[in-house]
Structure formats: C-alpha cells, structure tokens
Design a protein around this ligand. Structure first.
Ligand SMILES: Cc1ncc(COP(=O)(O)O)c(C=O)c1O
Length: 396
C-alpha cells in the first residue's frame, strides 16, 4: 500500500473526540459513565432556527451557494459585530463549515513551511494540528495557574523576538481553561504586537457570548483598532446557539485574506451547507434573552463544579470566566514518584474507578491539568464530582 503523506503522519486524531467516543461506547455497554469530555452544549438548537432551516429546504434553497457564503448571512454577521463595538463589512466575512474550517483555511493561506506560530498552552487541540497541516511549526508558550492561564505581554515579547515567528493564536474565552482576556490585557498585548508589524494574529472568539461577567467578551480589533488589517477573528454558531452538528462558523479579516480563504474553500468544500446558512441567519435574529438564559445556567454550573473541585485535597482550580470548561490542576498527583506517572494514567483511573470521563491536560499541552466540560445538568455535575472526590480520597 502507498505510504500515507508525511503531512498527515504529523497529525494526531482529536483526543477530545476520542475520549467522548470511548465514554459513549462504555455507556452503550451499560456502564453508567458521567462524561465531562464533550465540548458541546447540552441544550437544543433553538426552535426558530430549526424551523428556518426546514423552511429553506421546502423553498428550494438547496443549491450551491457562493463560496464565502450567502450574502444575507455575511451581512448579518457583519452587523452582529456592532454589539462588539466593531465596524465590519460583509466582504470581510467568510462563512465556513464550522469554525474549525475557518481556522484551517486561515492557517493554509497565511503560513508556509518554516513559519513559526505562537500558541499559548493550554491550547485548543486543533491549533498545533492545523499548523502542522500547513507545514508551519507551533511555538508553544506555557501558561499556568499562576498567570491565570493567560499570555503575559512579557512572555509574548520574548516569543516574538524569534524572527521565524509569523503568527500568534489567541483564544478568549479559552477552550480548555475558560480564561478570558480583559480590555486592559488585550491593550497590553496589542502594544507588544505593534513592534512586530508582519505578525498575523488569529483571534478565536468562539465562546465570546458565553462570558459570565459581561454580555460579550472583549474583541481584539475593537480594543486595538491598529491591528485590524492583520487580525483574523474566528467565531461561529456551534457553541452560542447549540448548533454543533450544523457545522457552521465564520472568519472576519482583511478582504484580501478572506478572498484567499474563499478561493481555498471553492476548491475544497465549495461552500457551507445552503439551508444551514439560512438557519444561522435566524440564529442571529434571536432575542438576546435566549442566549443569556443559557449562559446563566452555565454560570451556575460553573460555580458548582469549581467549588466541588476546590474541595478536593491537593487540587487547585481557577474559576473560569467564560466558555463551559474548567481546568483544575492535579499535578500533586501526577509525575515521578506520585500516584500516577502521567495524566493519561490519572484519566484512565478516573474512567475505570469513578466511571467519569475527563480529558488529560497533556492533550492541551499542559500535563498535570484536567479538562472538564460542564455542559450538563447540575445533579449530574454534583454526582460526577462526588465520584472524582471519592476516587481521589481512596488514594490516601
Ligand atoms: C476554541 C475553539 N475554537 C473553534 C472551535 C470550532 O468549533 P466549530 O467547528 O464547531 O464551529 C471549537 C470547538 O470545539 C473551539 O473549542
């Protein structure tokens, strides 16, 4: 058989999807698994959105669309950015098959072999994989509990001093930590970036409406307008509107970059699914109340899970300010001479002994941490935390 390409040999399958699949398989065998693995809301897609997509099918909106998306949706996305105090034009928007494809298109059109791209850890699992697929090299910069899992201006400056660096990926609110950059923090990073004019910034705002102390997380370009021509902003419908299976996201950026991404898309997926785009159009018309209610539910769950994890001896856990993930530090238990040689062994133990699925921090470039997604009802969270607590107590 022909050997697989070197490109794909450098890429691992998504560990988070693998863990969710394993938990699902155990459930199917009748084991009562509680899974904190999956990164998707437990809510349904709002009814008005479902109805709009059904209507679009019935009205025959079932053909190819323009590669960068239907004009109405590009326009609606541009207008939706007014809530982030940012002026966006429709031709600066591309609609993609999930936010994941938006990131994929961007890494493909921006980076070449030899380029280095700064990725703060803990990072979303797809960033290094997509950079490898572009032939670029991730330059991992570690952050921890002490810096609230955020990149400091000093660390950024130090990483940027390397002349091979052509890009930076920032995620706020973050998957996997929920950490969110404030306006002041973004300004400070912007100041550093102003000294490196050729560096592209990929700003992943996929969870910006799931932010607990504000209606929407600060937008990088609204905060530092001088960066407008080199920031690509990523967002989508999966998380805010509970539309993970619809596969619909978007990117916003300089017209030239967006046009290049559309060219790539025209030769790969052609366009995002036609009727899904009509559903998304309806999502952007929804009352804010629907999103706010869901966010409030996530906030209560966040408080429950954080207090439960903090009560476990030896565990520290920053309180996330957005998204629906928490990233407690279990490094007291992991490492040479400790209870578990590595965090994968710890997650195996929790899966078999506590029947709880969590993702090891090493999957996100931060060994010793764990990621728990809390997109589930409060009683399941409480039961899951009880099981983890008992399993950790049993080690004493
Ligand atoms: C940080 C982050 N960015 C982007 C995505 C992509 O989401 P989707 O492709 O479902 O739009 C995800 C999904 O897990 C994510 O967590």
């Amino acid at each position: 058989m022909k050997q697989l390409s070197k490109r794909i040999q450098r890429v691992e399958p998504s560990p988070t999807l693998a863990i969710s699949a394993r938990a699902k398989a155990m459930k199917a065998e009748g084991i009562d698994i509680i899974s904190f693995g999956a990164g998707e809301p437990d809510f349904d897609t709002p009814e008005a959105v479902r109805e709009a997509a059904k209507r679009a099918i019935d009205e025959g909106k079932t053909r190819y669309t323009p590669a960068p998306g239907i004009a109405e949706l590009r326009d609606a996305v541009a207008k939706d950015y007014e809530r982030r105090q940012r002026s966006v034009e429709a031709h600066e928007v591309i609609i993609t098959v999930g936010g994941k494809q938006a990131l994929y298109n961007a890494t493909q059109v921006l980076f070449d072999p030899g380029d280095e791209v700064i990725v703060p850890a803990p990072y979303w699992v797809s960033y290094p994989a997509q950079l490898h697929l572009a032939g670029a090299t991730p330059k991992i910069v570690t952050t921890g509990v002490d810096d609230a899992y955020k990149m400091s201006p000093e660390k950024l400056d130090e990483a940027l001093a390397d002349s091979d660096v052509q890009g930076l990926i920032l995620c706020s609110p973050s998957n996997p930590t929920g950490a969110t950059y404030s306006v002041e923090e973004l300004r400070a990073l912007g100041e550093v970036l102003s000294n490196y004019r050729d560096v592209a910034v990929l700003y992943d705002a996929m969870y910006d409406r799931l932010c607990y102390d504000q209606a929407v997380a600060p937008d990088l370009v609204a905060t530092v307008p001088e960066l407008a021509n080199r920031v690509i902003t990523f967002n989508g419908f999966s998380k805010t509107y509970a539309m993970t299976g619809w596969r619909l996201g978007y990117a916003i950026g300089a017209a030239e970059v967006i046009a290049a991404m559309a060219t790539l898309q025209s030769q790969s997926t052609s366009n995002a699914t036609s009727f899904a785009q009509y559903g998304a159009l309806e999502a952007l018309k929804l009352d804010d109340e629907i999103i706010d209610e869901r966010r409030d539910a996530f906030e209560q769950r966040r408080d429950l899970i954080v207090s439960g994890l903090r009560a476990i001896d030896g565990v520290s856990c920053p309180s996330p300010s957005g998204a629906f993930y928490v990233f407690p530090d279990f490094s007291e238990f992991v490492g040479e001479g400790k209870d578990f040689a590595d965090d994968l062994k710890l997650t195996e133990y929790l899966l078999t002994e506590a029947e709880v699925a969590v993702v090891p921090g090493s999957a996100f470039g931060s060994p010793g941490g764990l990621r728990l997604a809390y997109a589930m009802d409060e009683s399941t969270i409480a039961e899951g935390i009880e099981r983890i607590t008992a399993a950790m107590e049993a080690l004493k």
